[in-house]
Write a protein that binds this ligand. Structure first.
Ligand code: PEP
Ligand code: MG
Length: 885
């Protein structure tokens, strides 16, 4: 249903069949939209007749006639894709108001003010959506027809001393409608159409075209929604929330979308149309007493003002939630005391809310464990693990302003005032806070680039608030203390001026804004999270390990649920803090001229390796740790500074020139394909031997200390089983020597990385010697694509923008190519040894889509960075559940 009718259309149909009050209407399918695009933007031949038939049915149900001079029916035209794209496409309301129907409607309602209010909204929406956007006109920022008409309205209100739109009299509205129409002709060169059918077809076409509007395309890129889906068009009889003080409109959620709290939650406005709530023009009222907050506690609730309607609405949201067994996001209108349901859909939520709702609904018996596991997306989990402002520092910080807490967590960054600036500054690697007057869907890319979003106007259900929440972005809206001067790129708060580039800190969970930097902390020690992950693990088949090479990272990863280390990169001990001493020994090894010198240097290096290896194995006691032999080309470690060169010269007892020339001799034109990985061990067996010795001695010592080390030795960058055999002779000899010396049995396994296509192709042979495979999909991707891992930044953006590739293959495994090699490797390996243990340790091991692939092809485990361990656990469990279903 959803694929054909779009989310909105399908759910409207569902609400109708549940007997809920839905205005009559019909849906033009997504297929029609696809046909429209395939057919050079021409409607299918039968569409007109079908629309006419459907309108006749709507007319019959509603007892009104479209375009009639006595009892006119008005229509709305709304978009609705398969997957919700809030605010990214267009809507036209009040279609059918014309010089014939206006007098009729006035006569019928006795409410000329209402009719002209609806008319001025139609002119504004129609000229913007149909006559400007759908025609592909791109005015400069601030010069669009909507902005121009809006400022005319502002001017009129200012002139008359009005505060709200509702202060406008009938005469004012008539005056503004005429002025609007004149302006439309002047700006767009065409009159606003007076024919109801012309308006309707304009609306339908504009909705179709908005599928390919800029912001819809940008949103689809970010959310990975296919361009081919198209949107449906929902044509429905209009109902009015702006017919006086017993009319209203609102947006609600069956549970709180920001926190997950099980309370009916929402916002409404009396005497208004739906766009007033979502556009964030007026600060809306709270729906009920229980959910009032600091910002809206003085405003009346629907529960209080219209108790009977509230009760009916409450019962409907309750049955919708039960029917769909998930939190519902609903839109409603009250026309002269009668409730109408305009929309329902599964509500977007923050990561925190997703977790809380999944656990609550499980406890309430609304859903089972498997559904609970599927309810939190891996990305939401990621967001849960994201930082919050340090509460201790925050308590001491001076509060600058407060707004509505629209998206949780903490964000710290430089302030910018336009979407373009947010993108630009973020591209420079800086964290930014995007400040806007009101929440505007046009800003979607800037919002994406920003760490946090702060707006002066708008409510919790405004478009941008919804979008930000969907992404788990820290977001504060409706912060009315902000006086923004866009031209000067500055904002005044309580008389103080803050300029672009100043730093703000936001607490999106509280709605608090601070000046300056507040440090952030990690939010993972949530007991609910731990409980949830226990359920997740029940359904997981795939093992999850981590890539870690320090005791600290290892401990951290265990905290996140890692079951072992899938990649300990030995070379990491030569980078970063405390690396000076071992690095100087390694340099000695590298620049040694004779075997004798090198063996002596290697012997000095070995204790350092042993300590590094031992510390991590100790933390991982009883869990496997895969040590990957030294991988990078040696010249990476050559000293560069004069001071270091002099030091090394002294140690080696040679001249500084000699140091430099030996270093230069190691230079390679293409080091990534050069003398690295196992190739080093083939040339310099003593370098491998030192590593074997360090690992086995560390293990022997730990066994003596009562530990249970489980070392695994992994040979990198292999292309042939003969490399593995060559190194294995050395490994076994040292293993035997250490066992004898310490009088202990050291169990270990010996395996290889598969990261070169040749190795994947010869996997059956590799498995004769290797007891395990670990797919190094970083290098495997590099070799498959011929894209340098280190230089990809220069052109990847162009490849993605031009859709030459669908996703960055270094982030998400390219299944048709790299994935094929992986499958080939698994098949070959398991042909030789059905029990062959297989994992992945490239970056893809923490990418949800790639984890699903790893599950499907029968790997034993994935290995990823500590922070991604919970994400991989969840992705693996979801893959298992989906496969089963
Ligand atoms: C890989 O190539 O996927 C891998 C894990 O090794 P590295 O990233 O260290 O090259
Ligand atoms: Mg590699």
């Amino acid at each position: 249903m959803k694929n054909l009718l779009g989310g909105k259309g399908a759910n409207l149909a569902e609400m109708c069949s549940l007997g809920m009050p839905v205005p009559a209407g019909f849906t033009i399918t997504t297929e029609t939209c696809v046909e429209f695009y395939n057919n050079n933007m021409q409607y299918p031949a039968t569409l007109k007749e079908e629309v006419d038939d459907s309108i006749a049915k709507v007319e019959k149900v509603m007892g009104m006639t479209f375009g009639d001079e006595e009892n006119p029916l008005l229509l709305s035209c709304r978009s609705g894709a398969r997957s919700s794209m809030p605010g990214m496409m267009e809507t036209v309301l009040n279609i059918g108001l014309s010089s014939t129907t206006i007098p009729a409607l006035i006569k019928k309602t006795g409410n000329p003010r209402f009719v002209y209010d609806a008319y001025r909204r139609l002119i504004m929406m129609y000229s913007d959506v149909v006559m400007e956007k759908a025609e592909g006109i791109e005015p400069k920022e601030g010069e669009g027809i909507r902005v121009q008409l809006d400022s005319m309205l502002h001017e009129l209100k200012e002139k008359k001393g009005y505060e709200n739109d509702s202060d406008l009299s009938t005469e004012d509205l008539i005056e503004i409608c005429d002025a609007f129409k004149e302006k439309v002709v002047k700006v767009l060169g065409k009159p606003f159409p007076d024919d109801p059918y012309e308006q309707l077809w304009g609306g339908i076409g504009a909705v179709f075209k908005s599928w390919n509007g800029k912001r819809a395309i940008a949103y689809r890129r970010i959310e990975g929604i296919p361009d081919e889906w198209g949107t449906a068009v929902n044509v429905q009889a209009m109902v009015y929330g702006n017919m006086g003080d017993n009319s209203a409109t609102g947006v609600a959620f069956s549970r709180n979308p920001a926190t997950g709290e099980n309370l009916f939650y929402g916002e409404w406005l009396v005497n208004a149309q739906g766009e007033d709530v979502v556009a964030g023009i007026r600060t809306p009222n709270p729906l009920n007493e229980a959910t009032k907050n600091e910002q809206n506690k003085h405003l009346g609730s629907l529960e209080e003002s219209m108790p009977v309607v509230y009760k009916e609405l409450y019962a409907i949201q309750d049955s919708l939630e039960r029917h769909f067994t998930d939190m519902q996001d609903i839109e409603f209108t009250i026309q002269e005391g009668k409730l109408w349901m305009l929309q329902c859909r599964v509500g977007k939520r923050t990561g925190v809310a997703a977790l809380n709702m999944a656990m609550d609904m499980l406890q309430e018996g609304l859903i089972d464990e498997k559904s609970a596991v599927l309810r939190v997306s891996p990305n939401q989990l990621d967001e849960l693990l994201h930082p919050i402002l340090n509460p201790n520092t925050e308590a001491k910080a001076k509060l600058l302003a407060k707004g509505l807490p629209a998206g949780p967590g903490g964000a710290v960054g430089q302030i910018v005032f336009t979407s373009e600036d947010a993108i630009k500054v973020a591209a420079e690697g800086k964290d930014v806070i995007l400040i806007r007057e009101e929440t505007n869907p046009e800003d979607v890319e800037g919002m994406r680039a920003a760490k946090g979003i702060l707006t002066a106007r708008g409510g919790m259900t405004s478009h941008a608030a919804l979008v930000a929440r969907g992404w788990g972005k820290c977001c504060i809206v409706g912060c009315d203390a902000l006086k923004i001067n866009l031209k000067n790129r500055e904002v005044t708060i309580n008389g103080e001026i803050y300029k672009e580039g100043d730093t703000f800190s936001l607490n999106g969970s509280k709605g608090a804004v601070y000046q300056g930097v507040i440090d952030t902390i990690d939010a993972s020690e949530n007991p609910r999270f731990v409980e949830y992950m226990t359920i997740v693990d029940k359904y997981r088949v795939l093992g999850v390990r981590t890539n870690a090479d320090t005791p600290e990272d290892a401990a951290n990863a265990i905290g996140f649920g890692a079951e072992g280390i899938g990649l300990f990169r030995i070379e990491h001990m030569f980078y970063g803090l405390d690396a000076e001493a071992p690095l100087s020994k390694l340099r000695k090894v590298i620049l040694s001229d004779t075997l004798e010198q090198r063996v002596a240097a290697v012997n000095e290096l070995e204790p350092y390796i042993r300590e590094a290896v031992k510390g991590t194995m100790k933390v991982m006691d009883g869990k496997p740790v895969t040590f990957r032999l030294l991988d990078p080309p040696l010249h990476e470690f050559i000293p560069q500074t004069h001071e270091k060169i002099a030091e090394l010269a002294k140690e080696l007892n040679i001249s500084e020139e000699e140091v430099k020339s030996r270093g230069d001799a190691l230079h390679e034109v293409n080091p990534m394909m050069g003398h690295r990985g196992v190739r080093l061990g083939i040339t310099y067996p003593e370098i491998s031997q030192a590593q074997f010795r360090a690992i086995f001695e560390a293990a022997a010592q730990l066994i003596k200390e009562g530990g249970e080390p489980q070392p695994e030795i992994m040979v990198p960058v292999t292309i042939s089983v003969r490399e593995l055999d060559d190194q294995k002779v050395l490994c076994e000899a040292i293993h035997a020597e250490i066992e004898k010396r310490y009088g202990v049995n050291i169990t270990y396994s010996y395996g290889t990385m598969i990261e070169i296509p040749r190795a994947a192709m010869l996997a059956d042979e590799m498995a004769n010697t290797a007891q395990f495979f670990s797919f190094g999909t970083n290098d495997l991707t590099q070799m498959t694509f011929g894209f340098s891992r280190d230089d990809i930044g220069g052109f990847m953006g162009d490849y993605l923008d031009k859709k030459i590739i669908d996703a960055d293959p270094f982030q998400t495994l390219d299944q048709p190519t790299v994935g094929k090699l992986v499958e080939m490797g698994i098949k070959g390996g398991r042909n030789t040894n059905p029990k062959l243990k297989i994992g992945i340790c490239g970056e893809h091991g923490g990418d949800p889509q790639s984890v699903e692939f790893c599950h499907r092809v029968g790997m034993n485990y994935v290995s990823c960075s500590p922070f991604r361990v919970p994400i991989a656990r969840l992705a693996a469990a979801q893959a298992a559940i989906k496969e089963y279903e």
